[in-house]
Design a protein around this ligand. Structure first.
Ligand code: SIN
Length: 353
């Protein structure tokens, strides 16, 4: 079996080592970035500051939901509580954001669900299963129901407080060739997130998965370190991946979404009334973000078509069926890692609609 490749391990270890050392040394509260972040108080007058880091552009479903959260908290607390947003991986990226949160170097994050498996929650990888969710409504039957709540509640084992789920959308495949059937993936190095399910999906298609941080992906595509990738179109467009990928194939093969998490020690220290204010603002911002996610992806697709740089390909019924058949073994192969009960409960929630 082809081995998964991971790029950037050494630099990740270096950064995390430095981060851990400095966080412990100074009480874990000083971010290393020179850039102050969106919404940073000019005079440091806020009674409570929440640093919220994420890795995507402001003009994405996640970026817009987090910005809405920032505004609501600021308005409702009359500036007493400030949310400082660090988008685009400017403060922490895929390699170090979870650890930064656990160490208290940032208070809130919204990592993609695919990134929870490697910190001890493989059940989150059920969201990565190819062709598992037929549509967004079925995703929300899992994320917005008791099963989703159970998943969030378990995060406390890693000193994280799970506050809610946030949608992006369905992923599509890109490369410098159309990817319309499994044979087209042969030999391609495809960038993936650090998820066993996604790696296995790429292998099932005949490609070689290469784990890379989101922030490194465009550069790696431009340099030919990897040949292709998968993402919702809002991420593809806002990272300008169309400039370095000739073809986008609308495979709609799997979902990508996020969990909003807070550092437990921080959260426990927030006064009850403020906690209610923050929770209410977040729940409103998530409802807003989940509402506009589809439209943002459609807008990005329209802009992409309009730009004329990348060719956009639709798959016909036979091609979609061949893709489904090729990746079907991934479900059985990863069932044990994810957990049979989680899978059965998710399937049940999907059916309940
Ligand atoms: C994100 O949407 O937060 C990043 C997704 C990725 O790493 O592909």
């Amino acid at each position: 079996m082809e081995k998964e490749t991971t790029v950037g391990n050494r630099s990740r270890r270096r950064v995390l080592h430095g981060l851990a050392a400095s966080a412990w040394a100074v009480g874990g509260v000083v971010p290393p970035a020179a850039w102050a972040g969106e919404g940073a108080p000019a005079d440091g007058a806020a009674a409570l500051t929440i640093r919220f880091a994420h890795v995507v552009a402001p003009d994405t479903p996640k970026g817009l939901a987090v910005e809405r959260f920032r505004q609501l908290v600021q308005q409702r607390s009359a500036g007493r509580i400030q949310v400082v947003v660090y988008p685009d991986g400017r403060l922490y990226g895929d390699h170090d954001e979870m650890q930064a949160l656990q160490l208290g170097a940032v208070e809130m994050l919204a990592p993609s669900l695919s990134k929870f498996g490697r910190i001890g929650f493989p059940e989150f990888e059920l969201f990565d299963l190819p062709y598992f969710f037929p549509d967004m409504a079925s995703v929300q039957r899992v994320t917005q129901g008791p099963l989703g709540q159970r998943m969030l509640d378990r995060l406390v084992r890693q000193r994280l407080v799970g506050l809610g789920f946030m949608d992006n959308g369905f992923k599509h495949m890109s490369a410098n060739r159309p990817l319309l059937e499994p044979a087209h993936f042969a030999g391609l190095r495809m960038r993936v997130q650090a998820s066993r399910v996604i790696a296995s999906q790429m292998r099932a298609l005949g490609a070689r998965p290469v784990t890379l941080a989101f922030s490194e992906t465009r550069r790696a595509l431009a340099a030919g370190v990897v040949d292709g990738t998968e993402n919702p179109i809002s991420n593809f467009w806002t990272q300008r991946m169309h400039e370095v990928q000739a073809d986008l194939s609308l495979t709609q093969h799997a979902y990508l979404g996020y969990a909003v998490v807070a550092n437990q020690r921080f959260w426990d220290g927030v006064a009850g009334a403020d906690r209610l204010l923050i929770e209410a603002a977040l729940s409103e911002a998530l409802a807003y973000g989940n509402d506009i996610a589809d439209a943002q992806n459609a807008k990005a697709l329209a802009a992409l078509r309009e730009s004329g740089v990348t060719r956009v390909h639709e798959l016909n019924v036979a091609q979609l069926e061949a893709m489904r058949r090729a990746v079907a073994p991934v479900h059985a192969a990863l069932a044990q890692r994810i957990g049979m009960q989680w899978l059965m409960d998710a399937a049940e929630a999907i059916r309940s609609g």
